[in-house]
Design a binder for this molecule. Structure first.
Ligand code: FUB
Length: 342
């Protein structure tokens, strides 16, 4: 729901019916990646600021400079801001735009992963490590070799293997790559051509590198064909997330310019994933971004909207709501401004 088609009155009306409140209100937060570590909930969000850059389709107005980790002792506890966990000035290779991050735990260490533009203006993904889930995180000197684009998300499978999902089109630069190679001349496919898929790679045991060439993921329609670029209410745009439910792999993502969070189901971490529907209807603001996590036997959707800033696209707030499945394992669509589930 772009800013320009929503007036202030419409925004106020939606806010009155919002199904959840911002987790914190003393700063703007977005792109929440939620995890349970040591029975507590940790949320790894972007830290939105007003960098004074006007809205454009390249996302230059998302000029974030640092990260804070939020934590909650229980699902109904207040969220605590644990201060600056990583700043762009401390990352030798990064120049600007600290976008949607994630984190994973392995062998006593916490691995924070984040995208940022390097000095040449190209997005890459970096890792930073800490003994604590809240940081501060010490960044590696270089980005992950062979990494590109935005929105990295870790996934630990039940066999203990870790994967990383990433990618985003438009400002996320994924359209500039084919088979992991960058070319300035590469563009988005035509509307009647298959859309670009998100990317996945298995990680090395130390979680610092890809252990294989990254693969493109295919999301298929009901006939088994790849979703087309012109199918912008269903095709992948950015914000990849993976979770497992009842033995199946659920790949979820944002459709960007049509503002949905959607998902597909597959039999393994590489897909293909069969498109199943919408998880979240459009929120106030242009972007939508989510994560899904299980806590004490229930599932939760973490997401953001621009309610606190009354619709300012780049000033968002992290929220959460319970997520439920039907008997077939399909996710009930959530309307963020009406508590009734469909
Ligand atoms: O926060 C900057 C960008 O906006 C993220 O990387 C995207 O997923 C979108 O939420």
């Amino acid at each position: 729901m772009p800013e320009d088609i929503m007036n202030k009155l419409e925004i106020e009306k939606l806010i009155k019916n919002e199904i959840s409140k911002p987790l914190v209100t003393h700063m703007y937060t977005a792109d929440p990646s939620a995890h349970v570590f040591n029975d507590k909930i940790y949320i790894y969000p972007s830290h939105d600021i007003d960098a004074g850059i006007v809205f454009n389709d390249n996302g230059d107005h998302f000029g974030m400079e640092d990260y804070h980790v939020l934590s909650m002792d229980d699902i109904d506890s207040e969220a605590v801001d644990n201060g600056v966990a990583l700043h762009v000035d401390d990352v030798p290779w990064a120049d600007k735009q600290m976008w949607a991050p994630d984190a994973a735990y392995k062998d006593g260490k916490y691995y924070f992963v984040f995208p940022a533009k390097n000095k040449a203006g190209i997005f890459q993904l970096g890792i930073a490590i800490s003994d604590s889930p809240t940081g501060p995180f010490i960044p590696e000197a270089k980005p992950i070799r062979g990494s590109y684009s935005i929105d990295p998300a870790f996934f630990e499978d039940e066999d203990g293997r870790y994967y990383m999902y990433f990618g985003g089109i438009w400002g996320g630069q994924l359209q500039k790559y084919r088979n992991n190679i960058y070319r300035e001349t590469y563009q988005l496919p035509k509307p009647n051509e298959p859309a670009l898929g998100p990317i996945v790679a298995k990680m090395t045991d130390d979680l610092l590198e890809f252990s294989e060439e990254p693969h493109e993921i295919f999301i298929l329609d009901e006939k088994g064909n790849r979703l087309l670029e012109g199918d912008n209410e269903r095709r992948f745009f950015e914000g990849a997330w993976m979770h497992k439910y009842d033995g199946k792999y659920y790949f979820s993502y944002s459709t960007g310019d049509s503002h949905y969070v959607c998902y597909g189901i597959g039999d393994n971490p590489y897909g293909p994933f069969h498109y199943k529907g919408r998880i979240l209807n459009p929120v106030i603001g242009w972007t939508t971004h989510h994560s899904i996590c299980q806590y004490k036997g229930k599932w939760y959707l973490f997401y953001h909207d621009s309610s606190l800033s009354k619709g300012v696209t780049h000033l968002r707030s992290v929220k959460f709501v319970e997520l439920t499945y039907d008997d077939e394992g399909l996710i009930h669509t959530i309307d963020p401004y009406c508590s009734e589930k469909k």
